[in-house]
Design a protein around this ligand. Sequence first.
Ligand code: FAD
Length: 501
Amino acid sequence: MTNCFDAVVVGGGLGGLAAAAALARAGRSVRLLERHVQPGGYATTFTRGPFEFEASLHELSGIGTPQAPGPLYRTLERLDVAKRLTFLPIPDLYRAVAPRYGLDMRLPASRQGATEALLDAFPHERAGITRVMDDLFAIERDVDRLSDGVDLSTPEVIARYPAFARAARSPLAALLYREVGDPLARLALGQMWSYFGLPPSRLSLLLFASGLTTYLSHGACTIKGKSQALSNALVAVIEDAGGVVTLGDGAREIACSSNRVSGVITDHGEQLQTETVVANANPLIVAFDLVGPDRFPAAFIRRISRCAPSISTVCVHLGLSNDRRALGLDDHEVFINGTVDLEQQYRDACQLEPSDSFLLTAYNVVDADFSPQGTCVVSLVAACDGRAWSKLDSAGYRALKRRYAEQLVARAAELYPGLEHHIDVEVISTPITNTRYTGNIAGAIYGFAPTPDENPAFRLPQRAPIDGLWFAGAWTQPGGGYQPSIESGVAAADAVLTSRS
Ligand SMILES: Cc1cc2nc3c(=O)[nH]c(=O)nc-3n(C[C@H](O)[C@H](O)[C@H](O)COP(=O)(O)OP(=O)(O)OC[C@H]3O[C@@H](n4cnc5c(N)ncnc54)[C@H](O)[C@@H]3O)c2cc1C
């Protein structure tokens, strides 16, 4: 086999797979190195006993319908992936439950449905809710209209894209807390903060607007065959186009000479020659471990060092020996809230103890075949600060895992009585698990924390300050999550193709 490639892609998460697929389909010779034995990064599954568990995907954004395909569907079509997959729509974006505060409502996955549900539940907040929804969609319209290459610092941007300009440096709280006073209504609207990883006072308004309006415009769905089907389909596209995907071997070094990429040395010692590397491994590892910080401008090293990683997760995956209907599991995505104060939820998540606000996903609701007949799979997911977990010793780590499992299961059973008696298989993943399987610092699931300064427009660009080195994945523009990570990979490939032609 040749060891000379037009491009080497380091990492087979969604960003890396999408970049490799786009490059291979454009006729470039591509080698993708993935350190894990399975492709996908977070977009993978694992099997215990009779159950295949989903490692990450709850709700995929941007797919739309066959009549009105969404932006992610069109990207997957371009990559020749869409036709290989079956998407399963999720009718409600979420059910929000706060038992101690008497809140139990469902937010349909459409603008009209969601607005009506919010106004029905909070008629006294009609004016504020309407203004929030209008503003979120105005921001998204500006983002859509922003043409590539606009200098975001010019006064022209403020004049032509006022909603974007207002949102660019603002946190979600600047809109949500200004317009809506009732804490329950704030919760119902801002419930998805944990999908983005920061509370309203610190979360980029631009990111929240893009994320929520994409779900409300194009719906939410899962994938038949789980996220692994998506990752496997991307691998098939790369291989069909002549690319090579190597699993179980990573990049140990990205070699450079005179500020230019010259090759990659793999964990197994193979030397690959290339002038183009797309790094899906996170930029900190790339800079400090694979390339060496001295090769980068000091400003770049300062920039990536000062940004905090996003939140991480503790997941309690449950294989249950009962049909989901018998347990009353009728909703796919259920936010269970111990407090209605979103800022407190975040503070609780950052403590090294289980929070009583978390997410329950019942996968069999939209995919009856998700697990063997007569069984179902539920995941309980708590946001957490991954940095604190790495300081635990092994006894403390094991004990904390156990406390998470016991408390999240007990809380879930208050809403779904009997669930606790049907646990056949239980698997707990933590920030340490996330780092082990993806290399992400602090088990971060969305790259850098999405503050206003790290909003989609100001995030790390695909082009690195070393010739021939490009970034793809959650740490870079436009941000974390399935749709953004895939888009970042395609953007990296497009930049490579344009820069060489
Ligand atoms: C529990 C959980 C739930 C989530 N739910 C959702 C959801 O419902 N919807 C949504 O949109 N997003 C969700 N996400 C977030 C989403 O999964 C991620 O943001 C996204 O998958 C990140 O993709 P990525 O391209 O950055 O690659 P990553 O998934 O971070 O993968 C990076 C890959 O690079 C590889 N790698 C690292 N270093 C090297 C090296 N030196 N050599 C070779 N390979 C290397 C790693 O092994 C890994 O496979 C969730 C995440 C988690 C953990």
